[in-house]
Design a protein around this ligand. Structure first.
Ligand SMILES: [Fe+2]
Ligand SMILES: [Fe+2]
Length: 436
């Protein structure tokens, strides 16, 4: 096209966003992902179905990996690091994403994330990928394409959960729908996520918002046999952990009952996100996801042996032991159990190999590697948290010891009835396993 300029000019959509415009958008996505995953982590204990707890832990990890790639990319683009630490013009948007944590109920939480926040991020990523430059910004395209696929999978899963969560309670459904509409209206009011410059607006208080607090009791999947203490050896030191079939069963039940560790991971991730650096959130997300895989390993093995959830004990005593305490003891509980149990894992892996039980051997072997990493996480972050609080980092061992005390105190509250019931259940499970 003829031009009256004395320079070489062309109309190129590639040049739409300059380096710092690009960094600005990626920073917005980083904060949205961060905020979203914090709310998701905080809600794990309140959601009953085991499959949701397990999947949600995976999504938290996916979102943390996306956020981390976004953050790294913003640094690569030489964005001033001082500004990366601030939400800046996107403050209102991030505040709205953070509001999901104050959802008034489980259906409200699922609906507002599944129908509003996740689709808004998905659309923004799609638009970004369509409009940004695949040459200059190629590295973003690789990870953001993966993030877009993750978002599509996550939305699909949330839709299924919403369908199962909504019809059960009419009043709660109405409240959840009203909450979701309020979140959606606010998002539209502040201009959505998108790829446009942030609009200057303030967030109106969302009607129905309920300030989040850590649940005292964890919600449990009603398909399982509900209890506090999930095997007799917990409440009776004379009861053997066992060998052979008893060990196979005990180990799978332990794995399934790592549901407490998913919950502890979610709580601590969210509780310390404001005082510890980004690396904490990333480690805690991976930690929470790993625990969900261990829980899933147990579930899959028990199902493969032909057992029914209604005859499998799903307990709560480890979660209960740290309830009402400083959330540092959630982190402490993970560290306590991980350092206490890790020495048994290789020996048990070997035994499972001798039994020809490839599945238990395989699961325990992978679990051992994860737990070795977690023991390192536990020590590092307990110390860093103490430092952040102006306390002596060497006191991390005292946190661990106090967790042992909390556990013993909780076990001492086991009733005769609870002990009789769990023994009866264990006996019938072992008999069923032996007869199969
Ligand atoms: Fe674990
Ligand atoms: Fe672990």
């Amino acid at each position: 096209m003829p031009s009256d300029s004395k320079f070489l000019l062309s109309s190129q959509p590639r040049a739409r966003w300059m380096r710092l415009d690009t960094a600005q958008l990626l920073k917005r996505f980083f904060f949205c992902e961060r905020s979203l995953l914090l709310s998701e982590a905080a809600w794990i204990p309140a959601i009953a179905p085991l499959t949701i707890k397990i999947e949600l832990a995976k999504f938290i990890w996916q979102n943390a990996e996306t956020a981390n790639a976004l953050r790294d990319r913003v640094f690569e683009l030489r964005f001033p690091s001082r500004i990366l630490a601030e939400e800046g013009a996107d403050h209102t948007l991030i505040e709205l994403f953070a509001e999901a944590k104050n959802s008034p109920s489980v259906p409200a939480f699922l609906l507002s994330i599944g129908r509003v926040l996740l689709p808004a991020l998905r659309d923004a990523y799609r638009e970004y990928l369509e409009r940004s430059d695949t040459i200059a910004d190629g590295p973003t395209h690789r990870f953001l394409s993966q993030a877009l696929r993750d978002k599509n999978d996550q939305i699909k899963a949330f839709e299924e959960w919403i369908e199962s969560a909504l019809p059960q309670n009419d009043e709660s459904s109405q409240g959840a729908l009203a909450w979701t509409k309020a979140v959606s209206d606010q998002l539209a009011h502040i201009g959505g996520v998108g790829v446009a410059p942030a609009s200057a607006s303030t967030l109106n208080k969302l009607p129905g918002s309920k300030t989040y607090s850590i649940p005292d009791r964890p919600a449990r999947d009603a398909r399982f046999w509900p209890c506090r203490f999930y095997w007799p050896d917990i409440v009776d030191s004379a009861y053997p952990y066992g060998e052979g079939m008893q060990l196979q069963l005990r180990s799978a039940i332990s794995h399934l009952n790592e549901v407490w560790a998913i919950e502890a991971g979610g709580i601590m991730l969210s509780a310390f996100a404001g005082v510890l650096p980004w690396e904490w959130i990333r480690n805690a997300a991976r930690w929470t996801y790993d625990e969900s895989r261990h829980c899933c390993m147990g579930y899959e093995r028990l199902m493969a042996w032909g057992l029914h959830p209604s005859e499998i004990p799903l307990g709560s005593y480890i979660y209960d032991s740290a309830s009402g305490e400083d959330p540092i003891y959630r982190l402490g509980m993970l560290y306590f159990f991980e350092t206490k149990n890790i020495r048994h894992k290789l020996a048990r892996t070997k035994l499972f190999h001798e039994y020809g039980d490839l599945m238990s051997e395989h699961d325990m072997d992978f679990d051992w590697a994860d737990e070795s990493m977690h023991a390192g996480f536990g020590k590092r972050w307990l110390k860093e948290l103490l430092v952040a609080r102006g306390e002596d980092p060497a006191a991390y061992e005292r946190i661990r010891e106090h967790c042992g005390t909390l556990i013993r105190e909780n076990i001492s509250t086991a009733t005769t009835q609870e002990i009789t019931d769990i023994k009866r259940l264990a006996t019938s499970l072992l008999a069923k396993a032996a007869a199969s």
